[in-house]
Design a binder for this molecule. Structure first.
Ligand SMILES: [Zn+2]
Length: 176
């Protein structure tokens, strides 16, 4: 299934709409598990032995849930938060009904995806995950106040790398 193009602006708008629909509080850190549940994901923490997988999402029909979202139980809490947001993004963006829906996140670089469409879906999921975990307006407001990547990461409960890339993509790092 080819990936459809979604502009970065559209992804930001989608993140805002999703948080509104889920009544997700605007004060950081974002409660990403609550957000995932609001969109039909049952979040469970599992042992993926051997440790080559960070998370997985697929359809299931269980009680009120449409998806089973498995997270590596041994990853750090920050890594788990990003995984939940990333899998939720797949569920929202990439469930094409007629195809099988099952994303398994192997620990491998994006460049290792053989199919460009698959790689693009991973990029989209990362973009929406970042927009969900670090809401644009909140990041702009807090960055103006904090002006420190580590403090921003601590406030939003993300890794320093995630915070850095979010700031970079929002073009807030210009002039240092
Ligand atoms: Zn993925």
């Amino acid at each position: 299934m080819p990936a459809r193009f979604i502009s970065p602006r559209a992804i930001e708008r989608l993140a805002v709409e999703m948080r509104e629909e889920a009544n997700s509080p605007s004060k950081p850190p974002v409660d990403v598990a609550q957000l995932a549940e609001a969109f039909g994901c049952e979040v469970i923490y599992v042992d993926f032995t051997p440790d080559t997988v960070s998370a997985r999402v697929r359809r299931h029909d269980h009680d009120a849930y449409d998806y089973l979202l498995e997270v590596n139980a041994f990853d750090s809490p920050k890594r788990q938060r990003f995984s939940i947001a990333h899998e939720l993004a797949h569920a929202v963006l990439h469930d094409d009904a007629e195809d099988e829906f099952d994303f398994v996140e192997d620990r491998k670089p994006l460049a290792d995806y053989a199919d460009p469409a698959d790689m693009y879906k991973e990029v989209q999921a990362n973009m929406l995950a970042a927009a969900l975990l670090m809401p644009e307006q909140a990041v702009r407001r807090e960055w103006a106040r904090l002006d420190d990547v580590d403090d921003l990461a601590a406030l939003f409960d993300t890794s320093r790398d995630s915070a850095y890339w979010r700031l970079n993509n929002l073009k807030l790092l210009v002039n240092g």
